[in-house]
Design a protein. Structure first.
Length: 349
């Protein structure tokens, strides 16, 4: 009997010790709060493009896409540049001639001429309708700038008495801190990489054939990305923006094959817009300054999400936007058909 009691006692002591050891191990592994464990567990998906104050943001819901005015765009018709225009100075940055002016309402504008004018106005309308941040821009068929003097590159487009034709006016908004050039962002290395909203921006770039996706890596040639810091309460909202849509609506490709505002080339490449799916990711025909970073990592679900917005853009809106961007009737018909074909390819996929 004594032997049995000793055996039972030893088993009980062993079981107690085992339970204590297991409890200590469990505490070490799982004793943290759910909040502490969450900190140590990698998130499966990044959700950074929010409207939370102070957070990086690349997209915002555009609302009822079907009712958006493609004539006025982001700024609306009421904020279009109002003459007379007064010369401030010539802007010698970038690859296209530009000058800075002030209009009758005291609003400052960057005025650009050259091959990017029509493309920039229209492509930025598409990006805006999809929910992406752009700068308000307008096509001005003709006008006069008072006080013009000592022009360099712009002399070709503005005569001695200040008259001009076919210009893009881009509004310079007040109260914004713009982080560009050395402070701009990189397509493959920023807080939004991997989110559906950021992938949507890459799709928009390819949809309009914008080959010019230069970023902070291309300072010698000029970065086309920037962070716009908008005051929001006591903090700021950091908007990740593509600042130049001028390399659009033509042919993607290398230095000797790409083109801007060329509907024949745009239409010819449209059948190669989507080439298929490989390894769960869409294969695109597009190529640009940073092809891999601009076209890689996009899934069918990213396309499905974006189609909630661009799929609702009507042909009438496209035609109106093209006309407001200076397109001829022939260009309008050509671009509308090719753009619709590209959207249909995404819908079929």
């Amino acid at each position: 009997m004594r032997y049995m009691r000793q055996t039972i006692l030893m088993k009980a002591m062993f079981a107690t010790a085992l339970l204590l050891m297991l409890g200590m191990t469990r505490t070490a592994l799982y004793g943290q709060s759910s909040e502490e464990r969450a900190k140590k567990t990698p998130a499966k998906t990044k959700v950074l493009s929010t409207t939370q104050s102070g957070m990086p943001i690349v997209w915002r819901d555009p609302g009822t896409v079907e009712t958006l005015d493609f004539v006025g765009g982001l700024g609306g018709r009421e904020q279009a540049p109002k003459p007379p225009f007064t010369f401030i100075e010539e802007d010698r940055a970038g690859s296209n001639p530009k000058i800075k002016v002030m209009d009758a309402n005291g609003v400052k504008w960057s005025v650009k001429w050259g091959s990017e004018v029509n493309a920039e106005v229209f492509a930025s309308r598409i990006a805006w309708a999809a929910g992406y941040f752009v700068e308000p821009s307008y096509f001005v068929a003709s006008g006069k700038i008072d006080g013009v003097k000592k022009l360099g590159r712009a002399k070709k487009y503005v005569n001695s008495d200040g008259n001009f034709t076919d210009a893009r006016f881009e509004m310079k908004e007040k109260g914004i801190t713009k982080l560009d050039d050395k402070q701009s962002w990189q397509w493959d290395r920023n807080p939004l990489v991997g989110t559906r909203e950021f992938n949507g921006l890459k799709i928009i770039m390819m949809l309009v054939s914008n080959f010019d996706n230069k970023d902070v890596r291309d300072l010698g040639r000029g970065s086309n990305t920037a962070i716009f810091q908008y005051p929001v309460g006591d903090t700021v909202e950091s908007r990740y923006v593509v600042t130049d849509w001028g390399g659009s609506m033509g042919k993607w490709g290398g230095v000797f094959s790409r083109e801007k505002w060329d509907c024949k080339g745009y239409a010819q490449q449209t059948p190669e817009f989507i080439k298929g799916v490989k390894g769960g990711f869409v294969v695109w025909g597009w190529s640009g300054q940073h092809t891999k970073d601009g076209a890689g990592g996009i899934s069918g679900s990213d396309i499905k999400w974006l189609l909630q917005y661009i799929g609702r853009i009507s042909d009438d809106q496209i035609r109106v936007g093209l006309k407001a961007s200076g397109a001829t009737q022939e260009e309008s018909q050509c671009f509308t058909k090719a753009l619709r074909d590209r959207i249909l390819q995404m819908q079929i996929l």
